[in-house]
Design a protein around this ligand. Structure first.
Ligand SMILES: *Cc1c(COP(=O)(O)O)cnc(C)c1O
Length: 439
């Protein structure tokens, strides 16, 4: 075992979000190839990528169009610093993202967490430039996830990720989530949204003078366990942010690029945020890239003769041409495949394939938004997530529950037999992982 890729990995690679000692019992799986929705392992096993490789892949692995675009870009220009220089992919991508969102100024980072950092810094700096430096605090939703760098942890309400670093973090405030599962008898998702918005209103009434921005994941709070809410919350929150002069930061790092059915999730509410954070699917799952889009008003507050009123933030790979080119090719695929419309039909087929799962007696709150499915497990064993993942892998499927919430977020390119495989393996793994536990 020690000469395999997995064995060498355990000696040399520190894996993310992992207690490395747990790998004594189960080694990481060495993937040697990926094509379409399939991951292929060193030992020849194939796994259907039911979570899009941590929510980044959109049109399958190794897509010919993305490959061609990247090879062409590589022959032209691999990288150049974006301070003092510019290039076609970053210009074109910024123009296209502006046309899609109405947010005309794009600032680039490399990962999702760096986009969060950029949005928070820009917001606070905006208020400082506006002569209101006391507006420098942030609020987020209960269960919100915005990345794990020290700044992003300030608004990430997931104790498991934050606790060890509490002394380093300048904690933001948390308001109730509009999670539709919180509905009381007689309430629907809209009532929950209104109740949560009332709590936000009360909080802002008291603290707006010291608050720079409200950050949230529109429509689906993914890391919280696919908590879904009615877009009504976004309309109410937008009105409150306007009334109290607080920026709205839409973190669409996970839910952007069609995951919720619309190109961007906030568009379901007919609102526009002040900042929009994008990453993950932006390159179709090929390269790390993130972007923060913002308004003319924010941009204008930094536009000045004084250097210190500018946004003096940078990453070495800001606006990397290869990443931008992959993003452009990804946007082309949305048009060419009419992907949002195609996903409506694909989601219907998947709904049917997931029917046995939905009807399993232990499943609560079966739910779907766009191309995201989730099911909560009642009385799940404490090791349900690991147990389930193991059973799914044994059936040629990658699904990785969050606590006792099972979810699927597959790529947009499943063939009918792959839809069937996903439904059957997901159900089989559920029965097996609960069976073993009951005894
Ligand atoms: C994944 C994620 C992030 C962090 O992105 P990284 O690239 O992992 O740093 C931030 N916000 C949301 C909503 C995410 O899902």
């Amino acid at each position: 075992m020690s000469d395999t890729l997995a064995g060498r990995s355990l000696r040399a690679v520190w894996h993310p979000c992992t207690q490395m000692k747990h790998h004594e019992a189960q080694h990481p799986i060495a993937i040697t190839r990926a094509q379409g929705p399939w991951l292929e392992a060193e030992d020849g096993q194939r796994y259907l990528d039911g979570i899009s490789s941590w929510w980044v892949n959109l049109f399958g692995h190794g897509h010919r169009r993305l490959k061609e675009a990247l090879i062409e870009q590589m022959e032209q220009l691999d990288h150049v610093m974006l301070a003092g220089f510019t290039h076609a992919p970053v210009v074109q991508l910024s123009e296209r993202l502006a046309a899609l969102t109405g947010l005309g100024h794009a600032f680039y980072g490399s990962d999702g967490a760096s986009a969060t950092e950029i949005a928070l810094k820009m917001s606070a700096h905006f208020w400082r430039n506006a002569g209101r430096p006391q507006k420098c605090r942030f609020i987020g939703l209960a269960g919100g996830y915005h990345g794990e760098t020290v700044g992003a942890l300030a608004v990430t309400d997931i104790p498991l990720f934050r606790e060890a670093y509490a002394p380093l973090v300048r904690l933001g405030s948390v308001v109730p989530s509009p999670d539709a599962r919180a509905a009381q008898p007689g309430e629907d998702a809209i009532s929950v949204a209104r109740r949560a918005a009332a709590a936000l209103a009360a909080w802002l009434a008291e603290h707006h003078a010291s608050t720079a921005a409200f950050i949230l994941e529109p429509v689906v709070q993914c890391a919280a366990g696919m908590a879904m809410h009615d877009p009504e919350y976004l309309r109410l929150a937008r009105a409150l942010c306007d009334r109290y002069e607080v920026h709205m930061v839409a973190d669409e790092i996970a839910v952007g690029f069609g995951r919720t059915g619309t190109m961007f999730a906030h568009q379901q509410a007919g609102i526009r945020p002040d900042f929009l954070c994008l990453s993950k699917g932006i390159t179709g799952g090929t390269l790390p890239l993130s972007a923060v889009l913002t308004t003319d008003a924010v941009y204008a507050a930094f536009y000045d003769d004084a250097v210190t009123r500018g946004f003096l933030h940078s990453h070495s790979y800001t606006g990397n041409p290869l990443g931008c080119r992959a993003a452009l090719a990804t946007l082309d695929l949305f048009d060419e495949l009419d992907a949002l419309a195609a996903n409506v039909a694909l989601a219907r087929a998947l709904d049917e394939a997931f029917l046995p799962l939905k009807q399993h007696p232990s499943v609560r709150h079966a739910r779907r938004t766009g191309m995201i499915w989730a099911w909560d497990l009642a009385d799940a064993p404490s090791d349900f997530a690991q147990r389930y993942q193991r059973e799914a892998l044994a059936r040629g499927l990658l699904l990785r529950p969050i606590g006792s919430t099972l979810y699927a977020m597959p790529p947009y390119v499943l063939q009918p037999d792959e839809v069937r495989h996903l439904g059957e393996a997901a159900f089989g793994a559920l029965c097996a992982s609960l069976d073993g536990a009951a005894a």
